[in-house]
Design a protein around this ligand. Structure first.
Ligand code: UT7
Length: 326
């Protein structure tokens, strides 16, 4: 049976660190509040000239290096992002050009924080049904550009970064076993960035009303996220006839430590089987899972044959999961 499998991973985060104590000087908040409510201690901030494609290219080079492939080998580039360099062309096209991946098709995918796993579902089916051989899947975000640094309810949450994987076909009984993607657009206003599109194009009013920043109803989102992710992870394992105790690792989207803990608890998983880096990077939206995956690979947390569950939840609303046998 033809499957697809991750053959290389890479990630990149900007050097500049913004700590909770730095934020204490900017808004009415405290390290104690942020740590207790979110698990975040610091996040990375891109340089002024760095956009999503710049971060994505660094992560992609590392992923290609780990898979042992060259840019011309790639036949498709998917960039999951909510902070593209510009509305058009796509960030994937910019990355394709600058990498010299001249044989690759390229497009962006916006499924907010679930974007990387939506991209994995697309890559998996393109490999199985369309004969693609080497897909570069990237999650890259510069959320600091769309963060309202005067709004303490959101500015403590987000960070910048990128992760990437190479996905290739395999005839072996391993790789991506299943992907699951969902959405509920009726709850679109729990997390949104209203300005800059065709509904509220950039104008003096949109600037004055701060429509170009992420708005989030945090507490409502939190409740839906916990409930939704609990059933998502159980359903994903059931679909593969895998018991929670067979899981080697859970790689969750890094939005809130309490959400991560609730999901782990539902699976009865000890926290040493859960990849957590929210303390270092905050919520990097579509980049959070590929960064966490890359760190797990590079710190030898993953062995061949391991069952790994990936899950995400975000604006849209969207939620998604994947079960992988490494
Ligand atoms: O990645 C996409 C998916 N995103 C998520 O899943 C995020 C989900 N939501 C969350 O992670 C949490 O809801 C937050 C971390 C955003 C907020 O935590 P919470 O426990 O839900 O807090 P809350 O919004 O209910 O606010 C509690 C209190 C409020 O004060 P009052 O009204 O009780 O006096 C807030 O004004 O905390 C206050 N507060 C803050 N205090 C200090 C809100 N933000 C801050 C802050 N520092 N940064």
């Amino acid at each position: 049976m033809l499957r697809s499998r991750i053959t290389g991973t890479g990630s990149y985060v900007p050097e500049k660190v913004l700590s909770n104590s730095d934020l204490e000087k900017m808004v009415d908040t405290s390290d104690e509040w942020i740590t207790e409510r979110t698990g975040i201690k610091e996040r990375r901030i891109a340089k002024n000239l760095q956009a999503a494609s710049d971060l994505g290219i660094e992560a992609s080079k590392r992923a290609m290096h780990s898979a042992g492939i060259k840019p011309k080998d790639i036949d498709l580039i998917i960039a999951a992002t909510v902070t593209p360099d510009m509305p058009l062309p796509s960030t994937a096209s910019l990355i394709q050009g600058r990498l010299g991946a001249k044989n690759a098709a390229a497009f962006d995918l916006n499924a907010t924080c679930s974007g990387f796993l939506y991209g994995m579902a697309v890559a998996d089916s393109f490999i199985k049904t369309k004969g693609f051989k080497k897909i570069l899947l990237i999650g890259s975000e510069v959320l600091s550009r769309v963060t309202d640094w005067e709004d303490r309810t959101t500015c403590v949450l987000f960070g910048d970064g990128a992760g990437a994987v190479i996905i290739e076909p395999t005839g072996q009984n391993r790789g991506i076993l299943s992907t699951h993607i969902h959405s509920d657009g009726n709850l679109w206003d729990l997390i949104c960035l209203p300005g800059g599109g065709s509904r509220h194009p950039a104008s003096k009013e949109s600037l004055k009303d701060k429509l170009h920043y992420i708005k989030m109803k945090g507490n409502e989102t939190f409740k839906v996220a916990v409930r939704t992710l609990e059933s998502l992870v159980i359903d994903t394992l059931k679909a593969n006839k895998i018991k929670p105790s067979q899981l080697a690792l859970l790689i969750p989207h890094q939005a809130n430590m309490r959400i991560i803990q609730a999901t782990a608890k539902r699976l009865n998983l000890p926290m040493d089987k859960v990849v957590v880096n929210i303390d270092k990077y905050g919520n990097t939206s579509s980049a959070s899972i590929p960064i966490a995956l890359d760190e797990a690979v590079r710190t030898d947390k993953i062995r061949n044959g391991d069952y790994i569950l990936l899950e995400a939840f975000g604006g849209g609303l969207t939620w998604a999961s994947a079960l992988i046998r490494w």
